[in-house]
Design a protein around this ligand. Sequence first.
Ligand code: GDP
Length: 424
Amino acid sequence: MVRAIVGANWGDEGKGKITDMLARESDIIIRFQGGSNAGHTIINNYGKFALHLLPSGVFYNHTTSIIGNGVALNIPYLLDELHALEEQGVPTPKILVSDRAQILMPYHVQQDTYEEARLAGKSFGSTKSGIAPFYSDKYAKIGFQVSELFDEELLKEKVVRVCEIKNVMFEHLYHKPPIDPQKLLATLLSYRDMVAPYVCDVSAYLHEALKEGKNILLEGQLGSLKDPDHGIYPMVTSSSTLAAYGAIGAGLPPYEIKQITTVVKAYSSAVGAGAFVSEIFGEEADELRKRGGDGGEFGATTGRPRRMGWFDAVASRYGCRIQGATEAVLTVLDVLGYLDELPVCVGYEIDGEVTKDFPTTAKLEKAKPVYTTLPGWKCDIRGIKTYEELPKNCRGYIEFIEKELGVPVTMVSNGPGRDDIIMK
Ligand code: GDP
Protein backbone atom coordinates (compact mmCIF):
# COMPACT_ATOMS: atom_id res chain seq x y z
CA MET A 1 0.00 0.00 0.00
CA VAL A 2 1.29 3.41 -0.89
CA ARG A 3 0.28 6.53 1.02
CA ALA A 4 1.39 10.04 0.17
CA ILE A 5 1.74 12.82 2.73
CA VAL A 6 1.60 16.18 1.06
CA GLY A 7 0.80 19.80 1.86
CA ALA A 8 -2.33 21.71 0.82
CA ASN A 9 -0.90 25.18 1.35
CA TRP A 10 2.41 27.06 1.00
CA GLY A 11 4.46 24.46 2.88
CA ASP A 12 5.29 24.30 6.60
CA GLU A 13 1.96 22.62 7.31
CA GLY A 14 3.62 20.18 9.70
CA LYS A 15 4.06 17.29 7.25
CA GLY A 16 7.29 16.24 8.97
CA LYS A 17 5.52 15.53 12.20
CA ILE A 18 2.73 13.56 10.48
CA THR A 19 5.25 11.55 8.44
CA ASP A 20 7.32 10.81 11.53
CA MET A 21 4.16 9.64 13.26
CA LEU A 22 2.85 7.50 10.39
CA ALA A 23 6.33 6.11 9.72
CA ARG A 24 5.81 3.93 12.75
CA GLU A 25 3.48 1.72 10.68
CA SER A 26 5.54 1.98 7.50
CA ASP A 27 8.32 -0.06 5.99
CA ILE A 28 9.64 2.44 3.47
CA ILE A 29 9.61 6.26 3.41
CA ILE A 30 10.55 8.08 0.23
CA ARG A 31 11.36 11.67 -0.63
CA PHE A 32 10.24 12.12 -4.24
CA GLN A 33 10.87 15.77 -5.11
CA GLY A 34 12.62 18.95 -3.98
CA GLY A 35 15.93 19.13 -2.23
CA SER A 36 17.39 20.66 0.87
CA ASN A 37 15.55 23.94 0.22
CA ALA A 38 12.85 23.31 2.78
CA GLY A 39 12.88 21.53 6.06
CA HIS A 40 10.73 19.45 8.30
CA THR A 41 10.86 19.97 12.01
CA ILE A 42 10.47 16.82 14.05
CA ILE A 43 10.32 16.44 17.79
CA ASN A 44 10.59 12.93 19.20
CA ASN A 45 12.32 10.99 21.97
CA TYR A 46 15.78 11.71 20.49
CA GLY A 47 15.27 15.47 20.55
CA LYS A 48 14.38 18.17 18.06
CA PHE A 49 15.54 17.86 14.46
CA ALA A 50 15.32 19.92 11.31
CA LEU A 51 15.57 17.51 8.40
CA HIS A 52 16.12 18.97 4.95
CA LEU A 53 17.03 16.09 2.69
CA LEU A 54 16.54 12.92 4.69
CA PRO A 55 13.04 11.45 4.82
CA SER A 56 11.24 11.81 8.13
CA GLY A 57 11.35 8.04 8.69
CA VAL A 58 14.99 8.00 9.70
CA PHE A 59 14.21 7.75 13.40
CA TYR A 60 12.81 4.23 13.32
CA ASN A 61 14.94 1.09 13.17
CA HIS A 62 12.49 -0.87 11.07
CA THR A 63 12.20 1.58 8.17
CA THR A 64 14.15 2.09 4.98
CA SER A 65 14.53 5.73 3.96
CA ILE A 66 14.84 6.48 0.27
CA ILE A 67 15.97 9.47 -1.75
CA GLY A 68 13.97 9.04 -4.94
CA ASN A 69 14.97 9.94 -8.48
CA GLY A 70 12.86 13.12 -8.36
CA VAL A 71 14.96 14.71 -5.62
CA ALA A 72 17.70 17.31 -6.09
CA LEU A 73 20.45 15.36 -4.37
CA ASN A 74 23.13 17.40 -2.62
CA ILE A 75 25.54 14.60 -1.71
CA PRO A 76 27.76 16.32 0.91
CA TYR A 77 24.61 17.74 2.49
CA LEU A 78 23.06 14.26 2.74
CA LEU A 79 26.14 12.88 4.47
CA ASP A 80 26.34 15.85 6.85
CA GLU A 81 22.71 15.36 7.79
CA LEU A 82 23.31 11.65 8.43
CA HIS A 83 26.34 12.37 10.61
CA ALA A 84 24.40 15.00 12.57
CA LEU A 85 21.76 12.38 13.41
CA GLU A 86 24.38 9.92 14.57
CA GLU A 87 25.98 12.58 16.74
CA GLN A 88 22.63 13.15 18.46
CA GLY A 89 22.35 9.47 19.26
CA VAL A 90 19.94 8.32 16.53
CA PRO A 91 20.82 4.77 15.39
CA THR A 92 22.29 4.74 11.85
CA PRO A 93 19.26 4.61 9.56
CA LYS A 94 18.99 2.43 6.47
CA ILE A 95 19.30 4.78 3.49
CA LEU A 96 18.96 4.12 -0.21
CA VAL A 97 19.62 6.63 -2.97
CA SER A 98 18.13 6.15 -6.42
CA ASP A 99 20.69 5.53 -9.15
CA ARG A 100 18.52 7.82 -11.29
CA ALA A 101 18.56 10.74 -8.89
CA GLN A 102 20.41 13.75 -10.22
CA ILE A 103 23.10 15.60 -8.33
CA LEU A 104 22.84 19.14 -7.12
CA MET A 105 26.27 20.62 -7.82
CA PRO A 106 28.11 23.48 -6.09
CA TYR A 107 27.72 25.54 -9.27
CA HIS A 108 23.92 25.30 -8.94
CA VAL A 109 24.16 27.00 -5.57
CA GLN A 110 26.49 29.63 -7.05
CA GLN A 111 24.20 30.23 -9.99
CA ASP A 112 21.20 30.60 -7.69
CA THR A 113 23.08 33.12 -5.55
CA TYR A 114 24.36 35.09 -8.56
CA GLU A 115 20.90 35.18 -10.12
CA GLU A 116 19.24 36.40 -6.93
CA ALA A 117 21.83 39.17 -6.73
CA ARG A 118 21.27 40.06 -10.39
CA LEU A 119 17.49 40.25 -9.94
CA ALA A 120 17.93 42.19 -6.72
CA GLY A 121 14.50 43.47 -5.61
CA LYS A 122 12.72 41.53 -8.38
CA SER A 123 13.83 38.11 -7.16
CA PHE A 124 11.48 35.16 -6.61
CA GLY A 125 12.58 34.66 -3.04
CA SER A 126 14.84 31.71 -3.73
CA THR A 127 16.43 29.97 -0.76
CA LYS A 128 19.67 29.95 -2.81
CA SER A 129 19.99 26.18 -2.43
CA GLY A 130 20.48 25.79 -6.18
CA ILE A 131 17.11 24.14 -6.76
CA ALA A 132 15.95 26.17 -9.79
CA PRO A 133 19.27 25.89 -11.70
CA PHE A 134 19.39 22.19 -10.79
CA TYR A 135 15.98 21.40 -12.28
CA SER A 136 16.62 23.64 -15.29
CA ASP A 137 19.77 21.64 -16.02
CA LYS A 138 17.99 18.34 -15.50
CA TYR A 139 15.44 19.18 -18.18
CA ALA A 140 18.10 20.80 -20.40
CA LYS A 141 19.82 17.40 -20.19
CA ILE A 142 23.07 18.70 -18.78
CA GLY A 143 22.54 17.27 -15.29
CA PHE A 144 24.60 14.51 -13.70
CA GLN A 145 22.72 11.36 -12.76
CA VAL A 146 24.03 9.26 -9.86
CA SER A 147 24.53 6.31 -12.23
CA GLU A 148 26.88 8.41 -14.36
CA LEU A 149 29.30 8.81 -11.46
CA PHE A 150 30.38 5.24 -12.05
CA ASP A 151 31.41 5.85 -15.68
CA GLU A 152 34.62 7.87 -15.54
CA GLU A 153 35.03 8.01 -19.33
CA LEU A 154 31.58 9.53 -19.70
CA LEU A 155 32.28 12.04 -16.93
CA LYS A 156 35.58 13.18 -18.49
CA GLU A 157 33.78 14.12 -21.69
CA LYS A 158 30.66 15.50 -20.01
CA VAL A 159 32.38 17.90 -17.60
CA VAL A 160 33.90 19.72 -20.58
CA ARG A 161 30.53 20.01 -22.33
CA VAL A 162 28.73 21.20 -19.18
CA CYS A 163 31.43 23.79 -18.38
CA GLU A 164 31.17 25.21 -21.90
CA ILE A 165 27.53 26.08 -21.37
CA LYS A 166 27.72 27.11 -17.72
CA ASN A 167 30.76 29.31 -18.22
CA VAL A 168 29.11 31.43 -20.88
CA MET A 169 26.66 32.45 -18.18
CA PHE A 170 29.14 32.63 -15.33
CA GLU A 171 31.64 34.80 -17.22
CA HIS A 172 29.42 36.94 -19.42
CA LEU A 173 26.19 37.33 -17.49
CA TYR A 174 27.40 37.22 -13.89
CA HIS A 175 31.05 38.27 -14.43
CA LYS A 176 32.26 35.53 -12.14
CA PRO A 177 35.15 33.06 -12.40
CA PRO A 178 34.53 30.11 -14.75
CA ILE A 179 34.17 26.50 -13.56
CA ASP A 180 37.26 24.39 -14.19
CA PRO A 181 36.36 21.03 -15.82
CA GLN A 182 39.23 19.20 -14.07
CA LYS A 183 38.10 20.42 -10.66
CA LEU A 184 34.53 19.52 -11.51
CA LEU A 185 35.63 16.00 -12.41
CA ALA A 186 37.46 15.68 -9.09
CA THR A 187 34.31 16.84 -7.25
CA LEU A 188 32.18 14.27 -9.06
CA LEU A 189 34.61 11.46 -8.26
CA SER A 190 34.60 12.43 -4.59
CA TYR A 191 30.78 12.39 -4.70
CA ARG A 192 30.90 8.90 -6.21
CA ASP A 193 32.86 7.61 -3.23
CA MET A 194 30.52 9.31 -0.77
CA VAL A 195 27.26 8.04 -2.25
CA ALA A 196 28.39 4.57 -3.44
CA PRO A 197 27.26 2.67 -0.30
CA TYR A 198 23.67 3.87 -0.74
CA VAL A 199 23.04 3.59 -4.47
CA CYS A 200 20.12 1.38 -5.49
CA ASP A 201 17.79 0.67 -8.40
CA VAL A 202 14.91 2.13 -6.41
CA SER A 203 12.00 1.41 -8.76
CA ALA A 204 13.01 -2.27 -8.92
CA TYR A 205 13.32 -2.30 -5.12
CA LEU A 206 9.85 -0.77 -4.76
CA HIS A 207 8.38 -3.19 -7.29
CA GLU A 208 9.50 -6.09 -5.08
CA ALA A 209 8.39 -4.29 -1.91
CA LEU A 210 4.88 -3.85 -3.32
CA LYS A 211 4.71 -7.55 -4.21
CA GLU A 212 5.61 -8.33 -0.60
CA GLY A 213 2.81 -6.09 0.64
CA LYS A 214 5.06 -3.51 2.26
CA ASN A 215 3.71 -0.17 3.49
CA ILE A 216 5.25 2.71 1.60
CA LEU A 217 5.05 6.41 2.47
CA LEU A 218 5.73 9.16 -0.03
CA GLU A 219 6.87 12.29 1.76
CA GLY A 220 6.13 15.56 -0.01
CA GLN A 221 7.89 18.83 0.58
CA LEU A 222 6.26 22.28 0.43
CA GLY A 223 2.60 22.38 -0.64
CA SER A 224 0.12 22.60 -3.51
CA LEU A 225 0.49 26.36 -3.94
CA LYS A 226 4.21 25.95 -4.66
CA ASP A 227 3.68 23.48 -7.50
CA PRO A 228 5.22 24.79 -10.75
CA ASP A 229 2.06 23.98 -12.76
CA HIS A 230 -0.80 24.34 -10.31
CA GLY A 231 0.73 26.76 -7.84
CA ILE A 232 1.18 30.53 -7.83
CA TYR A 233 3.54 30.72 -10.81
CA PRO A 234 6.26 32.02 -10.83
CA MET A 235 6.34 32.16 -7.01
CA VAL A 236 6.68 28.40 -7.00
CA THR A 237 9.33 25.79 -6.48
CA SER A 238 10.96 23.95 -9.37
CA SER A 239 9.65 20.42 -8.89
CA SER A 240 6.09 19.23 -8.50
CA THR A 241 4.81 19.20 -4.93
CA LEU A 242 1.80 17.03 -5.79
CA ALA A 243 1.08 13.46 -4.74
CA ALA A 244 0.72 12.47 -8.41
CA TYR A 245 4.37 13.30 -8.92
CA GLY A 246 5.20 10.80 -6.18
CA ALA A 247 4.71 8.04 -8.73
CA ILE A 248 7.32 9.56 -11.02
CA GLY A 249 9.72 10.88 -8.42
CA ALA A 250 9.88 7.50 -6.67
CA GLY A 251 9.32 5.14 -9.61
CA LEU A 252 5.96 3.64 -8.67
CA PRO A 253 2.79 2.90 -10.65
CA PRO A 254 0.37 5.84 -10.12
CA TYR A 255 -2.52 3.51 -9.30
CA GLU A 256 -0.65 2.18 -6.25
CA ILE A 257 -1.08 5.48 -4.41
CA LYS A 258 -4.24 4.65 -2.47
CA GLN A 259 -4.21 7.25 0.26
CA ILE A 260 -3.41 10.92 -0.20
CA THR A 261 -3.08 12.40 3.26
CA THR A 262 -3.13 16.13 2.76
CA VAL A 263 -1.87 18.28 5.58
CA VAL A 264 -3.78 21.52 6.09
CA LYS A 265 -2.63 24.22 8.46
CA ALA A 266 -5.25 25.72 10.80
CA TYR A 267 -4.08 29.21 9.81
CA SER A 268 -1.91 30.44 6.94
CA SER A 269 1.81 31.05 6.70
CA ALA A 270 4.06 31.60 3.73
CA VAL A 271 7.64 32.51 2.95
CA GLY A 272 8.94 34.53 0.05
CA ALA A 273 7.21 37.04 -2.18
CA GLY A 274 3.84 36.67 -3.94
CA ALA A 275 0.11 37.14 -3.51
CA PHE A 276 -1.21 36.05 -0.10
CA VAL A 277 -4.86 37.00 0.10
CA SER A 278 -5.59 36.37 3.78
CA GLU A 279 -2.31 37.87 5.00
CA ILE A 280 -2.33 39.85 8.24
CA PHE A 281 0.14 42.47 9.35
CA GLY A 282 1.43 44.42 12.31
CA GLU A 283 0.74 43.35 15.87
CA GLU A 284 -1.93 40.87 14.85
CA ALA A 285 0.60 39.05 12.66
CA ASP A 286 3.42 39.32 15.20
CA GLU A 287 1.25 37.72 17.86
CA LEU A 288 0.34 34.74 15.65
CA ARG A 289 3.94 34.40 14.40
CA LYS A 290 5.25 34.35 17.95
CA ARG A 291 2.75 31.69 19.06
CA GLY A 292 2.81 29.68 15.83
CA GLY A 293 4.44 26.32 15.10
CA ASP A 294 6.77 25.26 17.85
CA GLY A 295 8.51 28.34 19.15
CA GLY A 296 7.49 30.74 16.40
CA GLU A 297 6.97 30.79 12.65
CA PHE A 298 10.44 31.03 11.20
CA GLY A 299 11.66 28.98 8.22
CA ALA A 300 13.28 25.66 9.21
CA THR A 301 15.94 26.08 6.51
CA THR A 302 16.35 29.81 6.19
CA GLY A 303 15.28 31.16 9.59
CA ARG A 304 13.26 33.82 7.73
CA PRO A 305 10.15 35.08 9.56
CA ARG A 306 7.09 33.60 7.84
CA ARG A 307 4.27 35.79 6.55
CA MET A 308 1.11 35.10 8.52
CA GLY A 309 -2.58 35.01 7.67
CA TRP A 310 -5.98 33.66 8.64
CA PHE A 311 -7.18 30.29 7.38
CA ASP A 312 -7.81 30.57 3.64
CA ALA A 313 -10.60 28.16 2.69
CA VAL A 314 -10.39 29.08 -1.01
CA ALA A 315 -6.68 28.25 -1.24
CA SER A 316 -6.92 25.20 1.02
CA ARG A 317 -9.88 23.65 -0.83
CA TYR A 318 -8.00 24.10 -4.11
CA GLY A 319 -4.85 22.76 -2.44
CA CYS A 320 -6.71 19.59 -1.40
CA ARG A 321 -8.43 19.16 -4.75
CA ILE A 322 -5.24 19.46 -6.78
CA GLN A 323 -3.53 16.94 -4.51
CA GLY A 324 -6.45 14.55 -4.90
CA ALA A 325 -6.76 14.45 -1.11
CA THR A 326 -8.48 11.36 0.26
CA GLU A 327 -8.24 12.77 3.79
CA ALA A 328 -7.09 15.95 5.46
CA VAL A 329 -5.04 16.42 8.62
CA LEU A 330 -5.54 19.74 10.38
CA THR A 331 -2.39 20.91 12.17
CA VAL A 332 -1.27 23.55 14.69
CA LEU A 333 -4.80 24.02 15.95
CA ASP A 334 -3.51 24.50 19.50
CA VAL A 335 -1.87 27.78 18.45
CA LEU A 336 -5.24 29.48 17.93
CA GLY A 337 -6.52 29.08 21.49
CA TYR A 338 -5.73 32.71 22.41
CA LEU A 339 -8.12 34.30 19.92
CA ASP A 340 -11.54 35.72 20.83
CA GLU A 341 -12.72 35.11 17.30
CA LEU A 342 -11.27 33.53 14.18
CA PRO A 343 -11.69 35.08 10.76
CA VAL A 344 -11.79 32.50 7.93
CA CYS A 345 -11.35 33.58 4.32
CA VAL A 346 -14.28 31.97 2.46
CA GLY A 347 -14.15 33.87 -0.83
CA TYR A 348 -12.04 36.12 -3.01
CA GLU A 349 -13.39 39.36 -4.34
CA ILE A 350 -11.85 40.01 -7.74
CA ASP A 351 -12.98 43.04 -9.80
CA GLY A 352 -16.15 43.33 -7.75
CA GLU A 353 -17.12 39.66 -8.04
CA VAL A 354 -16.81 37.07 -5.32
CA THR A 355 -15.39 33.68 -6.27
CA LYS A 356 -14.71 30.50 -4.34
CA ASP A 357 -12.31 29.16 -6.96
CA PHE A 358 -8.59 29.73 -6.67
CA PRO A 359 -7.51 31.78 -9.69
CA THR A 360 -4.32 32.13 -11.74
CA THR A 361 -1.66 34.50 -10.48
CA ALA A 362 -2.63 37.75 -12.23
CA LYS A 363 -6.19 37.52 -10.84
CA LEU A 364 -4.93 36.37 -7.46
CA GLU A 365 -2.89 39.57 -7.18
CA LYS A 366 -6.16 41.51 -7.33
CA ALA A 367 -8.12 39.32 -4.90
CA LYS A 368 -9.40 40.72 -1.64
CA PRO A 369 -10.43 38.37 1.17
CA VAL A 370 -14.08 37.82 2.10
CA TYR A 371 -14.22 36.72 5.73
CA THR A 372 -16.58 34.82 7.95
CA THR A 373 -15.86 35.02 11.65
CA LEU A 374 -16.12 32.06 14.01
CA PRO A 375 -16.01 32.24 17.82
CA GLY A 376 -12.76 31.29 19.58
CA TRP A 377 -12.45 28.64 22.31
CA LYS A 378 -10.12 30.62 24.58
CA CYS A 379 -8.21 27.74 26.15
CA ASP A 380 -5.21 25.51 25.68
CA ILE A 381 -6.13 22.29 23.85
CA ARG A 382 -2.71 20.68 24.13
CA GLY A 383 -2.79 17.34 25.89
CA ILE A 384 -6.36 16.55 24.82
CA LYS A 385 -6.55 13.03 23.39
CA THR A 386 -10.08 12.60 22.07
CA TYR A 387 -12.18 14.61 19.68
CA GLU A 388 -15.15 14.77 22.05
CA GLU A 389 -13.01 16.43 24.74
CA LEU A 390 -12.22 19.39 22.47
CA PRO A 391 -14.15 22.58 23.33
CA LYS A 392 -17.36 23.01 21.34
CA ASN A 393 -16.13 26.11 19.49
CA CYS A 394 -12.94 24.32 18.55
CA ARG A 395 -14.94 21.43 17.07
CA GLY A 396 -17.06 24.06 15.34
CA TYR A 397 -13.95 25.51 13.70
CA ILE A 398 -12.75 22.07 12.58
CA GLU A 399 -16.15 21.12 11.19
CA PHE A 400 -16.50 24.44 9.38
CA ILE A 401 -13.11 23.87 7.73
CA GLU A 402 -13.99 20.28 6.89
CA LYS A 403 -17.13 21.44 5.11
CA GLU A 404 -15.22 24.11 3.21
CA LEU A 405 -12.53 21.62 2.15
CA GLY A 406 -14.99 18.97 1.04
CA VAL A 407 -12.56 16.34 2.37
CA PRO A 408 -12.89 14.39 5.63
CA VAL A 409 -10.62 15.67 8.39
CA THR A 410 -9.35 12.42 9.92
CA MET A 411 -6.74 13.77 12.32
CA VAL A 412 -6.21 16.96 14.27
CA SER A 413 -2.76 17.90 15.50
CA ASN A 414 -2.74 19.80 18.80
CA GLY A 415 0.97 20.12 19.52
CA PRO A 416 4.37 19.56 17.93
CA GLY A 417 5.11 16.19 19.56
CA ARG A 418 4.64 12.76 17.99
CA ASP A 419 1.71 11.95 20.26
CA ASP A 420 -0.08 15.29 20.06
CA ILE A 421 -2.67 13.94 17.68
CA ILE A 422 -6.42 13.41 17.89
CA MET A 423 -8.18 10.88 15.66
CA LYS A 424 -11.50 12.19 14.47
P1 GDP B 1 6.64 20.80 7.26
O1 GDP B 1 7.64 21.34 6.30
O2 GDP B 1 5.29 20.69 6.64
O3 GDP B 1 7.08 19.54 7.92
O4 GDP B 1 6.45 21.87 8.40
P2 GDP B 1 7.56 22.48 9.38
O5 GDP B 1 8.19 21.39 10.15
O6 GDP B 1 8.44 23.44 8.69
O7 GDP B 1 6.64 23.41 10.30
C1 GDP B 1 5.82 22.91 11.19
C2 GDP B 1 6.20 23.49 12.55
O8 GDP B 1 5.11 23.36 13.37
C3 GDP B 1 7.32 22.75 13.25
O9 GDP B 1 8.02 23.62 14.09
C4 GDP B 1 6.59 21.69 14.04
O10 GDP B 1 7.29 21.24 15.18
C5 GDP B 1 5.38 22.44 14.43
N1 GDP B 1 4.14 21.68 14.55
C6 GDP B 1 3.67 20.65 13.79
N2 GDP B 1 2.44 20.31 14.17
C7 GDP B 1 2.12 21.14 15.20
C8 GDP B 1 0.97 21.31 16.01
O11 GDP B 1 -0.05 20.64 15.86
N3 GDP B 1 1.03 22.29 16.95
C9 GDP B 1 2.11 23.10 17.13
N4 GDP B 1 2.08 24.02 18.07
N5 GDP B 1 3.19 22.97 16.37
C10 GDP B 1 3.21 22.01 15.43
